[in-house]
Design a binder for this molecule. Structure first.
Ligand code: OOB
Length: 550
């Protein structure tokens, strides 16, 4: 096995100005804890408590630590070296947690892909992160990731290791990894990058978000307090575990930090989740709005005992007040709205907030040191209570994406604020109401789709002259995607265009829900319009014509 070409790796770093670092430390946000550090501590203090439940597996804190050691040492024994990046594409299985903890123990850097991602997305992430290894399940939800692994290996020469949970075929089984855990490296620098998370992204492909031990641990430690997570809690991971929401708000990492129990649901629907809630006594779960409504409906007629549930969190997309009311009425537990982003800032309604605040706002920031600006198109603060662009910086919001100067120039102001792309209104007390997006992404039930990315795929079709992808309101999903297409001579069918996008190796949620053929996009009196204005015009005109509500 050859050694990693580490010299060619773009360094992983995330830096805050020295003054901010000093302030965040002095305020006690950044404590110097690290992932391996706190996991070791919990394994020592609560060795026999159950940490992770998934399928038939129940891992105690001691067993999780041991499993992580076996996996981490096994990966190093196979030739990976600390600092190497490893793409992890696993669903809600216990190995998600033990593999990621194993990577942390070995000083390897997880890069999180979503289970829905396919060759185009995973290939992009592998290249961008310069990953040398890929870890996936054999088969999940009917998809064979070993096939994907073969395609990746053929296309990406830097990918040297494929590890599979389950039947590994010609690859290495995660279960077969073995090594000496006394050879694992010392705990890392708390300011170093612990992992790379993916951005929802409105422009093109996902960007990589480097999160440090210090900043991420602060975000879920503080979240635990806000969400009432302690050692007696049982946290259910219903959304895909790779999403930032169920990972850290407070998520399974928050739960592990608290010494609580993490229960992994194989799917987000009531059929999978309700029996687990009843069996394990789940106290907290995070959902996207359409699922929360589905749960509310199912709870009304269901037979499972959901009485252990104390906090139902809803986030990832806007929960409108009427829907919030329905969820509260049906589930009878405390509703908590969560407005967050993988880049950092997370807002919560507080558990004892007045119901009106919980129903009508998306909460307020975690930290007293989260700086929030609401500005107009020119960057000037709007009048109090006005709607504007949300900019933010703080102790757990990144200052730069990994390896992407162009995206950084767009996404961050000179003084380090992250341009979230969200339009918000700020109420007294700092509560935010999300009013929409300035950028061009579609928030399809919490899954973010970049309009530009899908347009590029449509434009690659020989019969497509031009395409503009927009969001449309959808009663169930919140938003759905609609592609306006100008065909060349022979217009393809809508179905064949959808199949085309799917055939480009993309996550299924990115396939346009609707395709509308038009002769021209048309221009206004202004003449040349930006893509963004064009998209807005197309959407407005279409909604007017069809009489759909906005
Ligand atoms: C969460 O993270 P991402 O990175 O998948 O998406 C972030 C974007 C936000 O910028 C916003 O546009 C939207 O998702 N969003 C919401 C929302 N929560 C997220 N829009 C309206 N209302 C909400 N409650 O989605 C995420 C990360 C951590 C915690 C929760 C959600």
């Amino acid at each position: 096995m050859t050694a990693a070409p580490t010299s060619a790796l773009v360094p992983l770093r995330q830096t805050w100005p020295p003054g901010s670092v000093a302030r965040y430390r002095a305020a006690g946000y950044w404590t110097g804890e690290t992932f391996p550090g706190f996991l070791r501590d919990r394994a020592t203090r609560y060795p026999d408590d159950i940490a992770v439940v998934g399928g038939a597996v129940r891992l105690s804190y001691a067993a999780l630590w041991q499993e992580a050691g076996r996996i981490g040492a096994g990966l190093l024994a196979r030739g990976l070296v600390p600092g190497d990046r490893v793409v992890v594409q696993l669903g809600n299985v216990p190995e998600f947690v033990s593999v990621v903890c194993g990577l942390f123990r070995a000083g390897l850097v997880p890069v999180f892909a979503l289970p829905a991602h396919r060759i185009t997305e995973v290939g992009h992430v592998l290249r961008k992160a310069q990953a040398r290894a890929y870890i996936a399940a054999a088969v999940q939800d009917g998809f064979d990731y070993r096939t994907l692994a073969r395609e990746l290996q053929a296309a990406e020469p830097a990918l040297q290791h494929v590890l599979i949970v389950g039947d590994a075929a010609e690859f290495t089984a995660v279960a077969a990894l073995a090594g000496d855990d006394t050879g694992l490296p010392a705990d890392p620098d708390p300011q170093s990058v612990a992992f790379l998370q993916l951005s929802g992204g409105s422009t093109g492909l996902s960007k990589l978000i480097p999160r440090t031990h210090d900043d991420y641990i602060y975000s879920f430690r503080a979240s635990n307090e806000i969400c009432g997570i302690d050692r007696s809690s049982v946290y259910l991971v219903a959304l895909p575990a790779a999403h930032n929401f169920p990972m850290s708000s407070p998520g399974f990492f928050g739960a592990l930090y608290a010494g609580a129990r993490v229960v992994l649901s194989p799917g987000p629907g009531p059929d999978a989740a309700f029996p687990l809630i009843a069996r394990e006594g789940v106290t907290c779960v995070g959902l996207v709005p359409p699922l929360a409504l589905l749960w509310a409906q199912a709870a009304a007629t269901g037979t499972h005992d959901l009485s252990s549930l104390k906090v139902l969190q809803v986030g990832g997309a806007k929960l409108v007040p009427e829907a919030a009311r329905r969820v509260v009425d049906a589930l009878g537990c405390t509703l908590q709205q969560v407005f967050g982003m993988a880049e950092g800032l997370v807002n919560y309604t507080r558990l004892h907030d007045p119901l009106e605040v919980v129903l009508t706002t998306q909460g307020r920031p975690i930290s007293p040191d989260d700086e929030v600006l609401v500005v107009d198109d020119y960057g000037h603060p709007v009048a109090a209570g006005g709607i504007g662009h949300l900019l933010t910086r703080g102790p757990y919001t990144i200052r730069a994406y990994h390896n992407d100067p162009a995206a950084n120039a767009r996404a961050f102001t000179e003084d380090g604020y992250y341009r979230t792309g969200d339009m918000v209104q700020q109420l007294p007390g700092g509560y935010l109401v999300v009013q929409g997006r300035a950028g061009d992404h579609i928030n399809r039930a919490g899954e973010k789709i970049s309009a530009e990315e899908i347009e590029d795929h449509l434009l690659a079709h020989a019969d497509v002259f031009d395409a503009a992808v927009v969001s449309m309101p959808d009663a169930y999903l919140g938003e759905r995607s609609c592609a306006f297409v100008i065909a060349r001579d022979t217009p393809p069918s809508a179905a064949s265009l959808k199949a085309w996008v799917r055939g480009r190796g993309l996550a299924a949620f990115k396939v346009p829900d609707q395709v509308v053929f038009v002769d021209a996009f048309g221009t206004t009196a202004v003449g040349k319009v930006s893509r963004r204005e064009l998209r807005a015009q197309l959407r407005a005109r279409y909604l007017e014509q069809t009489g759909e509500p906005r």
